[in-house]
Design a protein around this ligand. Structure first.
Ligand code: PMP
Length: 360
């Protein structure tokens, strides 16, 4: 078998090896059923057990309160950009959006189809390199939406923004979900595309409070109503069975690692090493404001596009893949989600030190 290399991809991203090994076995036969996980009916006893395990692990790990539903929906996080306003925003209402990156902007664009949008803050003036401190909410927002981690720019909210009592807080947590403890009760909805910390792309995990499910209109397409999926336990149509299976395996792995507190410690240690190195480097510079740096996506540049390209080429050749930064930031981005091993971070720092010496 080809040896695995260090995959710094922003998503789809590295998954835990034990999960992939188990999936390999379950592809042929899920348990002793003689039928692979991709081939089981979503209504089969074997798959229902997979589904229930995934849901209950999610509830356990994140401490999801009883008045919330856990939904596994299709269309990735981007489908939530329109499903949320379609269900929760009417023409005469305003929703508040904290704009901290291009994913937030994409969410705003969809919300404008359904109602008014108040940009409560934006860090676009400095190419989204920071999280704004001042947030200016509208008088009676239908909800407040923010992106907890900005995958492209390497910034992350340290804590959730404050919202007035009764206003639902909605979080796109695609790139930092389950990377640290989360108090679900502070939110109306937390959603995430699965392909970073949860599993395969194409699926979104949506944790939604019951009253918001009931609130949505009934004269929109059935598939786009939260109540449809809530009532049918995400089985109104054929759900993303493989995605749910992998998510369940990843969450079991996460639990075995000690849960969210433990994984946060590891994430702090991994990112901390990298930022400590960047702080003292005379060649590589971090691009995100110090107090807002992400533990998941570490962005940095040399300041010289040719040198950046040279470094990326050398790193790739040495088995460190996916380090090229997003085109809107340039330079490098090391995405080090939960499953990314600390040894890969050590290897990256070693390479950077070497490169720095050669180009001093
Ligand atoms: N939000 C954030 C923060 C993201 O990083 C991404 C994908 N990189 C998305 C939303 C979109 O997710 P999807 O591709 O699953 O629609």
């Amino acid at each position: 078998m080809t040896e695995r290399i260090y995959n710094f991809s922003a998503g789809p991203a590295a998954l835990p090896l034990p999960v992939l090994e188990q999936a390999q076995k379950d592809l042929i036969s899920l348990g002793d059923t003689g039928i692979g996980v991709l081939e089981h009916s979503h209504r089969s006893k074997a798959f229902l057990a997979v589904y229930e395990a995934a849901e209950s692990l999610c509830r356990e790990i994140a401490g999801v309160p009883d008045n919330y539903k856990v939904l596994f929906l299709q269309g990735g996080a981007s489908s939530q950009f329109y499903m949320i306003p379609m269900n929760l925003l009417s023409k005469d209402q305003t929703a508040d959006y904290l704009v901290t990156g291009s994913w937030s902007k994409k969410a705003v664009k969809e919300a404008k189809v359904f109602g008014n949008v108040n940009i409560a803050c934006s860090s676009e003036d400095k190419n989204f390199s920071y999280i704004p401190e001042a947030v200016s909410l509208s008088e009676k927002p239908a909800y407040v939406h923010y992106t907890s981690n900005n995958t492209i720019y390497g910034t992350e909210f340290a804590t959730e923004p404050e919202v007035p009592a009764g206003v639902p807080l909605i979080c796109d947590a695609s790139s930092d979900i389950f990377s640290r403890p989360i108090d679900i009760s502070k939110y109306g909805i937390v959603y995430a595309g699965a392909q970073k910390n949860l599993g395969p792309s194409g699926m979104a995990l949506v944790i939604i409070r019951d009253d918001l499910i009931e609130q949505g209109p009934t004269d929109i397409p059935t598939m786009l109503q939260y109540r449809t999926h809530s009532e049918a336990g995400s089985m109104f149509n054929t759900p993303p069975t493989f995605g749910i299976y992998v998510l369940g395996q990843v969450l079991q792995w996460l639990k075995d690692q000690g849960g969210l507190e433990a994984v946060q410690q590891k994430n702090r240690a991994k990112a901390g090493k990298l930022y400590d190195y960047l702080e003292q480097s005379s060649l590589f510079k971090p691009t995100a404001a110090k107090q807002d740096r992400s533990l998941m996506n570490v962005t940095f540049v040399t300041g010289d596009a040719d040198l950046d390209a040279q470094f990326i080429a050398q790193a790739t050749a040495a088995g460190l893949d996916g380090l090229k930064g997003h085109r809107s930031v340039g330079g490098m981005r090391a995405s080090i989600y939960n499953a990314f091993p600390e040894a890969g971070v050590d290897k990256l720092i070693e390479m950077m030190s070497q490169f720095e010496k050669e180009h001093a």
